[in-house]
Design a protein. Structure first.
Length: 650
């Protein structure tokens, strides 16, 4: 009998009697129930579309028994617009939610909680459309041991994922960001939109965050020059894969970070290094268009790299140089006392190692193999110049049998495994480069890296243009248009000028089309819109831009559906964000706009940059709209020209 009592007590410890599942269907019900949740409980949100929800999670689970917050079915809850979830308790797990066009506030904020997890959530076109600096997910101050993993970010309007650091006393420690995907993040402003940001500046050498960033994929994450921006110390960046990014992994501030086992392919620069005592080992730098690694001169807030170890990396076909002690603007502080050893450099252009003006560094025992137009550059001491006999492509690139790099490296206490986690050495000495050759199968502890995204052709609207639907007539810009109400519309020098006007084209557009036009506002307060797919000149979609917000430019492009007041998506007005530095618009500056519509998929571009991307599946504001009328509306004055339309073709 005593044995059964013990078993019952053990089962009670594993499956606590109070664990329960609660279902809610409104924000009010969610916020009423959440504070009452206990370790092991589940809060289930009914499947559906929700918008403008502010949800708070103050409850706490326990180790091994987190509170689970999830949809009824994975991905079954779509959260939109001004939605924010704030987690302030401990041991909570938020999972499987789908966020779309959420902002401008931080969408998910871990506000001082510990051991929380955000996992398997999707964030499509989220962020602040007026500022590229706000995070979509933020781990805030005094928040420790939290994890964001297996989440998907696409088209982020501001920074995707960040650790907020304001002071040494409130610094969040040991947070982990892993197995996330960041894709198609287009540059909308001159700064901001980093995919991952750890710290925001200040005395970053004092901010020892011990953050772990691993197994993430970055594919065309080009919103900022830095797809990862490190501004704190003692962080680890390992086993990440980045490709096709017009950006770099940047140790912008902070010291003593570890960069290990990453694959950086076809980016502008693989890695840019500032700061001291970083360890950069076992990385593959492949076909980056400018450099594999730059170690720039310092000055004016950019610290030069000192006392860093760059060892056992493989550089293949990086444009200007595999590694460069590169000049940076007018800065003059030279990198000092860095060790560049045991690396493999292969290339067909530029210099394999560009020393520049930096001389107080140890460059020794590296293998160089220049081909075609490439040159070694600075070889340093004990250089080896042979073909390393690399085989494979992408992640599978590795040494083959008989390579002169095998058993040729110096032993370093910092390098005890290769980039896939296999132990070093296999032979009598370690191998040069990032990979340790072995005729045996990989060890059970070998790293399983994400796949390297393949190169993707750019979006080509020209190739999608079918039959012309109508074209702009410079001699008669009002031809085919008719006014609505007492609007003022006049043509002058091939330009259609509108003042407080609404005009409609006499012919309707088909369901799928490409529309292009140019627009110039008469003042910052002027507002313009284009309405399309409007049945009987009612409803439809409306793109709106211009106007002011207080005394500042509005700065936002909006997409409304059905009613002009029902905004479903928005984006940065990049003309305002990039070009307007004076109180009034530049009359010589025109918005060059393109709208592509295919079924429920809408893509609006300014100067070739996608500003609003919208996939209308018919769950928001009624069914996806098809054919219908085309109209232009103007509040204040504005000028229009070169309006043309084509039928969309596959």
């Amino acid at each position: 009998m005593q044995r059964y009592v013990v078993i019952a007590l053990l089962l009670t410890a594993v499956w606590p009697a109070h664990a329960a599942t609660y279902e809610v269907g409104t924000a009010d019900d969610f916020n009423a129930r959440a504070p009452e949740l206990q370790p092991g409980d589940e809060l289930v949100v009914r499947d559906g579309v929700y918008r403008d929800c502010r949800l708070t999670i103050p409850c706490s689970g326990a180790e091994g028994r987190p509170v689970i917050i999830r949809p009824a079915s994975a991905g079954g809850v779509l959260l939109r617009r001004a939605t924010q979830i704030v987690i302030s308790g401990d041991y909570n797990e938020l999972r499987d939610f789908h966020f779309e066009h959420c902002g401008p506030a931080i969408v998910v904020l871990i506000d001082g909680g510990d051991f929380n997890r955000v996992t398997a959530c999707r964030f499509l076109h989220c962020g602040d459309p007026r500022s590229t600096y706000r995070h979509i997910i933020e781990v805030g101050q005094n928040a420790h041991h939290n994890r964001v993993d297996h989440c998907y970010f696409e088209g982020s309007k501001s920074m995707s994922l960040g650790l907020r650091i304001r002071s040494k006393e409130t610094l969040g420690l040991h947070n982990r960001f892993d197995h996330n995907v960041f894709r198609d993040i287009f540059r909308l402003s001159s700064n901001g939109q980093e995919a991952i940001q750890i710290g925001q500046g200040g005395p970053s050498d004092q901010f020892e965050a011990h953050a772990l960033v691993e197994y993430n994929t970055f594919d065309n994450a080009s919103g900022d020059a830095e797809f990862i921006s490190n501004k704190a110390s003692r962080n680890t960046y390992r086993y990440n894969v980045a490709a096709n990014c017009n950006a770099s992994l940047v140790l912008r501030g902070g010291n003593q970070c570890l960069v290990e086992g990453n694959v950086l392919a076809r980016n502008s620069i693989g890695l840019r290094v500032h700061g001291t005592r970083h360890t950069i080992i076992n990385n593959l730098f492949l076909e980056n268009t400018k450099y594999g690694i730059t170690m720039p001169l310092g000055g004016e807030g950019h610290r030069q790299p000192d006392d860093c170890l760059v060892a056992n990396n493989t550089f293949v076909n990086n444009g200007r140089a595999g590694l460069a002690f590169a000049p940076m603007s007018r800065y003059t502080l030279l990198p000092n006392n860095n060790r560049i050893v045991n690396n493999v450099f292969v290339g067909s252009t530029g210099l394999l190692l560009d020393q520049g003006e930096a001389i107080e560094n140890e460059v020794a025992h590296n293998l160089f193999w220049p081909r075609d137009e490439a040159e070694v550059g600075f070889a340093g001491q004990d250089a080896i110049q042979y073909d390393p006999l690399l085989v494979g492509t992408g992640i599978s690139l590795h040494l083959s049998a008989g390579s002169p790099a095998v058993d040729a490296a110096w032993r370093l206490p910092e390098v005890v495994r290769d980039r896939l986690g296999n132990p070093r050495p296999v032979g009598k000495a370690p191998d040069l480069g990032a990979d340790e050759y072995s005729p045996r199968a990989p060890s059970a502890a070998a790293v399983a890296l994400p796949l390297v995204p393949p190169p993707r052709p750019p979006f080509d609207a020209e190739a999608l243009k079918g039959d012309p639907l109508f074209g702009y007539d410079a001699d008669a810009p009002t031809h085919g248009w008719r006014s609505a109400g007492s609007a003022s519309a006049a043509a002058e020098n091939g330009i259609l000028k509108l003042t407080d006007a609404a005009i409609w084209f006499e012919r309707e557009l088909p369901a799928d089309f490409i529309l292009e036009w140019e627009y110039s506002p008469g003042s910052l307060s002027a507002q313009a819109s284009v309405t399309f797919s409007a049945g009987g000149r009612a409803g439809g979609y409306t793109l709106g831009f211009g106007g002011t917000r207080g005394e500042a430019p509005g700065g936002v492009v909006t997409l409304a559906k059905g009613s002009r007041d029902h905004i479903v998506a928005d984006g940065h007005d990049t003309v305002i964000h990039r070009d307007f530095n004076k109180p009034l618009p530049n009359p010589k500056l025109w918005y060059r706009c393109r709208l592509v519509k295919l079924g429920g998929d809408l893509r609006f571009e300014i100067r070739g940059t996608p500003i609003v991307l919208w996939n209308d599946t018919g769950v928001v504001g009624g069914p996806a709209l098809g054919a219908g009328a085309l109209g232009i509306s103007q509040t204040g004055s504005g000028a229009w020209r070169n309006l043309q339309a084509w039928r969309y073709t596959e």
